[in-house]
Design a binder for this molecule. Structure first.
Ligand code: DON
Length: 301
């Protein structure tokens, strides 16, 4: 079935626009397409460009939130809310009326607050080492790396995120140095992974917090359900309602064109197609997931 989806989408002319506000991402061909499905039984089904690493960007916010919950527990909700924003991923408007507290951990402002919560007085290098070893543990793959060129490219054009961070800092909402938070955040977003690695990294959210393949408990069952609920409500920003309507799964997108979707009890699905729709989510990636859930009945509804 994955081969059929890949073949059907190969001829699609309408692939959306590759993100160009991070110049390094603009160099990626929109022709790529890959899809991988990992199951708790240890099967991995793949079609298309599934071995080529891509920039996971905002998908990393799921893993950063998981780490932050481990360190801070429910204290994280003092830093960031858990409501959908209905605004673009890099919007500043709500911060002014809501005392600098971001609506949720997946918009950029919220992800910056999560990084601040993870840092706990440590230097960016140490925090990044922890993020990297966590993601390697989740996907059981030590070859995952930070693409430093992508991080540098984002940092050169960091004005919007820097504005968000300084604005939050002005409300006393960030504890650490803004440049250190931005540097850490940009590297976290510049994690390079392929579809197979990403599908495996999502397995703990499929099985109540346990990665059944490695046998490791990552989070409690309750926490896994809550992370999934946040992905469902906020994982696609102002496109979250549309994604829930069409795909019916918790999902998280990134401007590198990846999407991680979780079918609780069934499997973890990673897709990659770099062209984005108007709100910054992978256009063909969403289409592929819509076809996939229609064929498998794997929607949560
Ligand atoms: O901060 C940014 O703008 C990027 N590093 C991440 C944004 C992103 O992936 C939004 N997702 N669709």
């Amino acid at each position: 079935m994955l081969n059929n989806i890949t073949r059907d989408l190969a001829d699609h002319d309408l692939r959306g626009q590759v993100a160009d506000y991070i110049p390094q991402l603009a160099q990626v061909s929109p022709q790529h397409f890959g899809i991988s499905v990992a199951t708790p039984e240890g099967a991995l089904y793949s079609a298309g460009d599934v071995s080529q690493p891509f920039s996971i960007q905002s998908i990393s916010k799921v893993f950063a939130l998981t780490l932050a919950l481990g360190k801070r527990g429910d204290g994280i909700w003092e830093y960031v809310g858990r409501e959908p924003s209905g605004d673009p991923f890099n919007s500043i408007v709500q911060l002014e009326h809501e005392s600098g507290k971001p609506r949720n951990p997946f918009i950029n402002a919220g992800a910056l607050a999560v990084v601040d919560a993870i840092m706990m007085g440590h230097e960016p290098k140490e925090v990044l080492a922890e993020i990297l070893s966590f993601i390697r543990f989740l996907s059981d793959d030590a070859s995952i790396y930070f693409d430093h060129e992508v991080a540098a490219s984002e940092l050169e054009h960091k004005h919007r995120n820097a504005s968000l961070a300084h604005f939050m800092k002005s409300f006393g909402k960030l504890q650490h140095d803004v440049d250190k938070i931005l540097g850490t955040y940009s590297h976290q977003c510049a994690l390079a992974m392929n579809c197979e690695q990403l599908a495996r990294a999502g397995l703990f959210l499929v099985s109540d917090g346990i990665n059944q393949v490695s046998g490791s408990r990552v989070v409690s069952a309750q926490r896994a359900r809550r992370i999934n609920s946040l992905m469902m409500m906020c994982g696609h920003y102002d496109g979250s309602g549309e994604f829930a309507y069409r795909v019916g799964l918790p999902g998280k997108s990134g401007v590198g064109g990846g999407i991680l979707a979780i079918a609780p009890g069934k499997g973890s699905i990673a897709v990659w197609s770099p062209g984005l729709d108007t709100v910054g989510n992978s256009l063909l990636g969403t289409k592929a997931l819509e076809m996939f859930t229609q064929n498998t009945g794997w929607s949560v509804f």
